[in-house]
Design a protein around this ligand. Sequence first.
Ligand SMILES: [Zn+2]
Length: 1033
Amino acid sequence: MSQQGYVATSYSQPQPGIGGYPTAYGPTSTQPFYGHYSGTVQQFSAAPGPLKPAPPSGPLSTAGSQSSGPPPLIQSNIHNGHSSPENTAQRFQGPVAVNGPGTSYPPYGQPPYPSPASSAPTQQLTNQMGSLHLSGYAPGTAQNHHMPPSAVPQAPFPTSPTQHLPPPSLSTGAQRPPPPAAVPTAMSALPTSPSLVMQGGHPGYSPQSAGFPQQLPGQPPIAGYHPPQQNALSGPQLAYPGSLPGSSQQMSAQQKRLDPDSIPSPIHVIEDDRSRRAGQVYPTNIRGQVPPLVTTDCVIQDQGNASPRLIRCTSYCFPSTSDMAKQARIPLAAVIKPFAVIPPNETPLYLVNHGEDGPVRCNRCKAYMCPYMQFIEGGRKYQCGFCNCINEVPQFYFQHLDHIGRRLDYYERPELSLGSYEFAATLDYCKNNKLPNPPAFIFMIDVSFTNIKNGLVKLICDELKTLLEKLPRGEQTEGENSGIRVGFVTYNKVLHFYNVKSNLAQPQMMVVSDVGEMFVPLLDGFLVNFQDSRSVINNLLDQIPEMFADTSESETVFAPVIQAGMEALKAAECAGKLFIFHSSFPTAEAPGKLKNRDDRKLVNTDKEKTLFLPQSGIYETLAKECVANSCCVDLFLFPNQYIDVATVGLVSLHTGGTLYKYSNFQIHSDGEHFLSDLRRDVQKRIGFDSIMRVRTSTGFRATDFFGAIYMNNTTDIEMAAVDCDKALTVEFKHDDKLNEDSGALIQCALLYTTVCGQRRIRIINTGLNCSTQLSDLFKSCETDALINFFAKSAYKAILSQPLKTVRDILISQTAHILACYRKHCASPSAASQLILPDSMKVLPVYMNCLLKSFVLVGSTELSTDERAYQRQMVMSMDVSDSQSFFYPQLLPIHNMDTNSETVPSAVRCSEERLADTGIFLLENGLNLFLWLGMNSPPELIQGIFNVPSFTHVNTDATLLPELDNPYAKKLKSILDGIRCQRPRSLKLMIVKQKEKSEMIFRQSLMEDKGLYGGASYMDFLCCVHKEIRQLLS
Ligand SMILES: [Zn+2]
């Protein structure tokens, strides 16, 4: 990527900062935007992209240490134990019923907004956290989708080529939606009296007082929304007082001056999409169609493009040229979730097995056979949709074509008619040309003083006895034993390995005290089949808590633990996952020993980035070795103080693992929370030893990758493992002009090993439109995916740039995107109107939530570990999880209808929406609060808590009592519904209005001014508006 300074134009005038976020414009140049298209053609040129992690430094140093653990028991013979069965799953189930080429692109439009308010708010910008996202899709009509909502017929793939040919109507081709009428959202500003409540400055945010420009006098607001007219919102004069988080009273006093209903509501956008598309069948046969929002529950039917559960894009119509892309500055990216859970009412991916021939692939670009390959010459050749190479059809794969040039076996072969499917891989796709062994799970438990004392070790051991019965199995092996082998290690300053071979009467322990040169003291009997060794393992799990009951050892090692697990997998020649249960800061003399470096004085300085970087190069080296040996690391942390999450979590981040953190763990309040996570983690769908390649049609390519991944080169995305919760985000860049007819095609191929040890290739194809019209690009954007991209790119960028720079870039990029729309796509209107594209109505509110997130907010009051933890969590989030994480759901529980299945409609995340007579549930995938208003209805309090009044409610409880009444049952069903959607368990926190703990809850009210800094939504919107006006002036 080139790095160039700004060219002086109207876009590059120096400007005063906005509140806490000074703008990124100005003569100082070289600030990149996120995404490659960081500059308009004439104004900015491409700037450096987010930085790659620093290269791993030196190898593990070795430092010996003395044994302090129990003595070795019996030394076993060292050789490799191995197993196991291959289960070759075949599951041709059925072709997808195909419907006509519905050119059913819904018209764009939008619901009315209340008329604009007419008073001026005060602006403060600071930081806080949270966000939401929505994709702008116009109100489509249900009947545009051809499938009946209930039926998702899946006829079997016939074995005879001549049977059951569905009507030849499927098209994954170049249908383009009719150009929808442009229906922007507009907000006009009314001249209003500025009135400010001045507040003190917040550390790190210089008070700014740039006045908000007056809007044109006499510009009338437009009440309601009337496409294609524009909706108006008052954009009052603003000044930015200091950004100290004010008291909530102050905040609400100010905000009441402007009607919050007059600014775009995420709730409105979510509900609107639901009302149009929920419960319907969404067929994927139309290229470039914008899918329903992640918050809308519908039935996806693969008809040639992959399900949006597997892949979502920031825009479903790419600009034809790189100049256009630079003008719009909309990042072009896809969020890919290869193992997304497919609900039972949708068809799972088919497995295609060509036996020894293996998958059919393009000779030149190696793309896999897919619906974008065009068969020619009577079926003897095909043209690759990605590189246009003409390939011979292999003899075994030949088939005649029908009268429209389609193979007669079109509907029998998933790879010809579907967007996603799997191929059985041949030996060529296996390491060393050998079929893989089934993977192994190694449980590694920190048995230092704290974990023994608080009962955690016993809790884990007791749970494993039942959990190991439920190890994942392949799809075709239900009822059979899992092929996954298990092994056990405990550790403090030294490591203890256990021989649990089935023929032993007692488990045997072997101690490795030289943690500087980690080796695995036993192979045979270390990794075993649980069913075979059940009694020995259960015996061991009973003994572990007793063996260490009297320990006083408080020092632990950490890096050698990962090293040991990896070496064990390597020796057993299998992929696998380490489950490490760790509580203490690794201070024992050993490789990877850490020192406390939690220096919050670095916050808001150029050195803040170091807080997010690992303090020792050993962990980077270890991560690389783990990836090379297909060792995924899941880390369960139980810290009572600073543990340096940025360092200890690094290996998890790069190996496709998951990091869980339970601060100040206590069995009674956190035990169930942790066990839920552990159970889910052990049982979830996962692939090992994976490597992904993203191929594209000519004219563009994948250039940047974000996620729980490791990149050894510029194209291969390596993941020691990838599970059903992990999503990676891929950014694309133009190489050339894109063709409007052929569109932009993407094929992700994920090579992996199943839990049964089968090698497979999962293919995810999707086709996007291309256009020379900016308006097409704006119409086809998905704000939820944009925010996922912005979050990951910003969270990566903070490793190399000051946070302030990162925030500034996000703000100015938001303004640039919206200014581009205003300039090139919106119908003429007064400059005082803020006009938002329909697909991006909520971009400002979500962007503000991202800016206020703990990671970006830069407050000395926030725990460094918590920030590093949230950063790591977001890096592998899918679009749905990032949406709810940044803009939490706030549900008015007092409105729940105990007689129906429905969940009460969410309300906007603002204090204004609370009522002291109400009870609200707030959830963001990380936290779950039940907020009780002081005057909550007593019958609800009684029903939910079984106590007579508000004052009797115990806020220490993390579980609700199991009660047999409609309120309790309804609330439980709402909570269960939320919990089963999220990848992590949620610990319930009960919060009473006006009590101290309410502050934790309030920081999740994302539309309000942030407790730790960050503007309110209203203020941020006004700032962005001001930026846009300056860009356009
Ligand atoms: Zn090709």
